[in-house]
Design a protein around this ligand. Structure first.
Ligand SMILES: Nc1ncnc2c1ncn2[C@@H]1O[C@H](COP(=O)(O)OP(=O)(O)OP(=O)(O)O)[C@@H](O)[C@H]1O
Length: 223
């Protein structure tokens, strides 16, 4: 589903945030990505929906080589990927419903379908009763859940999460990770960047380890 072949990402200031990274994530896998601050985790995630382009190498997502992907196909690629961010990036003057509906509005869905899908997504994250609330009135964990609902509302086969539990207490963090696991159980390929080593251990998933832009580990837990 996601293959990196000798991927190097050099930023315009000449810094190599990723250096000849190679890995493959199969369809339906759930994988963690960890490493110190500045190791390149966010950079790696951003290459998948083409928020950034790699400088050298190949990124293959859902059968498409991204280096060859014409600009006109980027919206299609992004519709196949859901992404959540640590800082949520919710719109403060939009209700929870409207925040989650946004990707569907942009994609041109009709209102009855938008209602149905947004409510289904909010139901999955346990926030159906908050659809009329504004993000500022929600806890950090609830805001993260709204971000997750927005990421899955168009039912993408791939879900990426950048530090989804950064601001949360351990119990809430585990709940959020379990939510990702539920999406994975129904077939979604999940890749999560996280510092939370204990939590990653608890989840018992394959883990990629980055250090200064090098992929130095790819561990699969023993049964
Ligand atoms: N747009 C940019 N221009 C130049 N350098 C950048 C840019 N974005 C990131 N970097 C550098 O690339 C390196 C990797 O950054 P990245 O955000 O991918 O790391 P990270 O592992 O996600 O870190 P954190 O855990 O702190 O979020 C860092 O040294 C960072 O300063």
């Amino acid at each position: 589903m996601i293959t990196f072949t000798d991927v190097t990402k050099r930023y315009p200031n000449g810094y190599d945030a990723l250096k000849q990274v190679n890995f493959h994530v199969d369809r339906g896998e759930m994988v963690f990505l960890t490493g110190h601050s500045g190791a390149g985790k966010s950079t790696l995630l951003r290459l998948i929906p083409l928020i950034e382009r790699c400088t050298i190498g190949q990124v293959l997502v859902n059968g498409q080589y991204l280096t060859r992907l014409p600009r006109s196909r980027i919206p299609d690629l992004r519709r196949s990927i859901g992404m959540t961010f640590q800082e949520h990036r919710l719109l403060a003057d939009y209700t929870v419903f409207d925040n989650v509906a946004l990707p569907l509005v942009i994609a041109g869905f009709r209102l009855p379908e938008i209602r149905r899908r947004v409510r289904a997504a909010l139901d999955k994250v346990g926030l159906l009763n908050k659809e009329k609330s504004y993000p500022i009135t929600l806890s950090s964990g609830q805001q993260q859940r709204v971000g997750i609902a927005r990421a899955v509302v168009h039912k993408p086969p791939v879900l990426l999460a950048d530090e989804p539990t950064g601001n949360l207490d351990p119990a809430m963090a585990l709940e959020i990770m379990e939510l990702f696991r539920e999406f994975n159980r129904v077939g979604v390929t999940v890749l999560i960047a996280s510092h939370a080593l204990n939590l990653i251990k608890t989840m018992g998933c394959r883990t990629l380890i980055l250090q200064e832009g090098n992929l130095i580990g790819d561990t699969v837990p023993q049964p």
